[in-house]
Design a protein. Structure first.
Length: 276
């Protein structure tokens, strides 16, 4: 069946979406049928975040499953286009509120129930009582192992992991529900001024991981960070820890996209070794 002949409205109604909703403007995300689990993880993450969202807008997953020989996730449409400073300030405050609110149902452990996805890369799950152990083992060590399978290894990587775990243990964060993939392409302001988030890679982690990634790939506006810190100030040492937290994303990108990220990984490793 060709894409042009696929009856989306009929499929949506088969999935239990009301006729009114199925006629509304919607966002459809298609992937190859073999990658349905990536869309399942995205929908699960949105469903986990929405009860904590407060004034943040997140798209509801309306339908998910095989469709027309592919995998399809249908979400609420987000009318992006607002760019006023007040919208970014609202996003900062609302994210801090989401992080704090999520503590009510926090399992008191770091991680997630099973492996999920961050973009096209695997994000390891499982649970740890120790944030340092979780981040070093399920985040950095896993990425290092994947790169080793491609023939890339840093002589200092074992030294880094050995020193980083006790260094992070001194921080002792609470396990907050985090977006997990909060680069500027996954956040925005709607035309009506409300802040929004989408395409998460959730886990219970140190809340600082969201603030760290929000500085990558161009970064969110300064107003976002100021407002977050006004709502829930970050503890001392956050500027140093963000180097470690963003190393995970650089390693993941090196695994996915290759050599262009290797030099950035090397610089981050050198900076961290100087801190430890």
């Amino acid at each position: 069946m060709s894409e042009s002949s696929f009856d989306l409205q009929a499929w949506l109604q088969q999935q239990g979406v009301s006729a009114e909703q199925s006629c509304a403007r919607l966002f459809c995300k298609w992937l190859p049928a073999s990658q349905l689990d990536r869309l399942e993880a995205e929908a699960e993450g949105l469903q986990a975040l929405i009860p904590c969202a407060g004034s943040l807008v997140l798209p509801r997953p309306l339908a998910l499953g095989p469709a027309d020989g592919r995998a399809l996730l249908v979400l609420d449409w987000l009318d992006l286009g607002g760019g006023e400073q007040s919208g970014w300030e609202q996003l900062g405050r609302a994210l801090a509120q989401l992080h704090r609110y999520s503590l009510r149902d926090s399992p008191g452990l770091f991680g997630w129930h099973g492996d999920r996805w961050i973009g096209a890369g695997i994000q390891r799950g499982g649970w740890q009582t120790s944030w340092g152990a979780f981040f070093c083992q399920q985040r950095l060590a896993d990425q290092f192992q994947r790169l080793e399978a491609q023939g890339l290894q840093w002589p200092q990587q074992d030294t880094l992991l050995e020193g980083l775990q006790p260094w992070l243990e001194l921080h002792q964060p609470e396990p907050c529900l985090v977006h997990g993939d909060l680069w500027p392409g996954n956040a925005g302001v709607l035309r009506d001024g409300r802040p929004c988030l989408f395409d998460p890679a959730v886990s219970y982690s140190d809340r600082e991981v969201d603030l760290a990634m929000a500085r990558m790939f161009g970064g969110l506006p300064k107003a976002f960070f100021v407002a977050y810190n006004d709502e829930w100030p970050l503890p001392a040492g956050a500027e140093q820890r963000l180097i470690a937290y963003n190393l995970f994303h650089l390693l993941n990108h090196a695994n996915l996209f290759g050599a262009s990220y290797v030099s950035q990984c090397s610089r981050s490793i050198e900076k961290l070794l100087q801190l430890l």
